[in-house]
Design a protein around this ligand. Structure first.
Ligand SMILES: Nc1nc2c(c(=O)[nH]1)N[C@H]1C(S)=C(S)[C@@H](COP(=O)(O)O)O[C@H]1N2
Ligand SMILES: [Mo]
Length: 381
């Protein structure tokens, strides 16, 4: 399966980035005496990890993804927004429209949260590399929406970035090219969740330009596409917003079997579908330790289990560093393995009891977004 996010749109997959980060000191594996990394045999020789999820080195110490190693997606290229002239406008179905400077925003209530997310286009075929976990600081969106006085018929909140590009829009048989801003929306209920943040800091430093400076949205538990960068407008309206990144791109087409009939369900990429992956395997004598991460919607995970070869599923240990909205690191150790080729796979279960599906269960999906399938890793000892 091809990755739905094109090379052009993903900047940190490139060779330039590899030299900057993958060989940087922080990624060098730190091993216990006697411990050695067991290499995967499912990683192509020319694979360029390009992000924090370098599967050879992910380990406990990688819980926080450094800013310059956090994956990067920008569909309309990278922007440099002048913080001095920057304004965030709150418009639409509100009693008191607002125009805020960066300083105005910073005077508001400050909150910090560790949030992990991935691009809806991240998948096992790319070793799930479009993912990261960082500490974000900003102010709750909810308070701002309360201050502007949402009108009773406001149902949808649209978030616009300053970046824009030409899009083809069809009206019946007619098509036209229209220059549009990047936009995403949340239903009012989702926008009013206390965890949704307007963010200007990443890992204790001002938000970097490529991650959306001066200000971006962070919606914990949602795929990365919800986290609008270079955000300069929040607009309340009474109808659904169906711009490219809600209604045409980042749309999953799934054949659902309901009562013997096929329903073609087309849905917008939204909350993270529960997933996990074993990223790293080490060996210390006869003792093996698998290490990986899981992601889910904004609720606590129920469990992560690991299976070696055709053995039983065993509970993995969730790391004590994990927080409610962070990615969830896990480990699993066992003794003894015969020489030869082996497999290892993990599966996570979310708070609703939804289990990460086997890859074969995703075959009824006609698009490659939200590929949360169980990822069987291979190694030889
Ligand atoms: N304004 C704007 N915001 C955006 C995007 C974009 O192209 N423009 N890309 C989205 C997508 S698809 C993802 S996965 C995340 C990536 O965030 P990051 O580059 O900080 O990792 O940003 C989202 N926010
Ligand atoms: Mo994305």
């Amino acid at each position: 399966m091809a990755d739905p996010v094109s090379r052009r749109d993903v900047v940190k997959g490139g060779a330039a980035f590899l030299s900057a980060a993958a060989f940087g000191n922080w990624t060098l594996p730190i091993l216990q005496p006697g411990e050695e990394v067991v290499p995967w045999t499912d990683v192509p020789a020319n694979f360029n990890p390009g992000t924090a999820l370098d599967t050879r080195t992910l380990r406990r110490e990688s819980f926080m993804t450094p800013n310059d190693n956090f994956y990067l997606v920008q569909h309309y290229g990278q922007l440099q927004v002048d913080p001095a002239t920057y304004r965030l406008r709150v418009t639409g179905l509100v009693d008191r429209p607002l125009e805020l400077t960066l300083d105005d925003l910073k005077k508001r209530k400050r909150v910090e949260e560790i949030v992990g997310f991935e691009c809806g286009g991240s998948s096992p075929t790319s070793l799930n590399r479009l993912t990261g976990n960082a500490r974000w600081a900003g102010t709750p969106l909810r308070d701002l929406l309360r201050d502007v006085g949402l009108q009773p018929h406001a149902r949808e909140i649209v978030f616009y970035g300053a970046d824009k590009g030409m899009e083809t829009v069809t009206h019946g048989r007619a098509t036209q090219e229209v220059e549009q801003h990047f936009g995403r929306s949340l239903a009012l209920d989702d926008a009013m969740k206390p965890e949704v943040m307007i963010v200007w800091e990443m890992n204790g430093t001002p938000l970097p330009a490529n991650h959306g400076a001066p200000v971006r949205l962070v919606v914990p538990g949602w795929y990365g596409v919800a986290n609008v960068k270079w955000m300069n407008r929040i607009h309340a309206q009474d109808t659904r917003y169906v711009g490219r990144f809600m209604g045409r791109d980042y749309v999953t087409l799934n054949a659902e079997q309901v009562g013997g009939e096929t329903i073609w369900n087309e849905t917008s990429v939204a909350r993270i579908r529960v997933k996990s992956m074993v990223a790293r395997l080490t060996r210390d004598g006869q003792r093996y330790t698998a290490f990986g991460y899981a992601l889910a919607n904004a609720l606590p995970l129920r469990s992560v289990e690991v299976r070696v070869d055709d053995g039983p599923w065993r509970k993995a240990t969730l790391d004590s560093q994990n927080t409610r909205y962070s990615w969830q690191m896990f480990s699993y150790s066992w003794n003894d393995l015969p020489a030869g080729g082996h497999t290892i796979v993990s599966r996570a279960v979310d708070a609703h009891g939804v289990m990460q599906p086997e890859q074969s269960m995703l075959e009824q999906k006609k698009t490659n977004w939200e590929n949360n399938g169980q990822f069987v890793r291979k190694f030889t000892i």
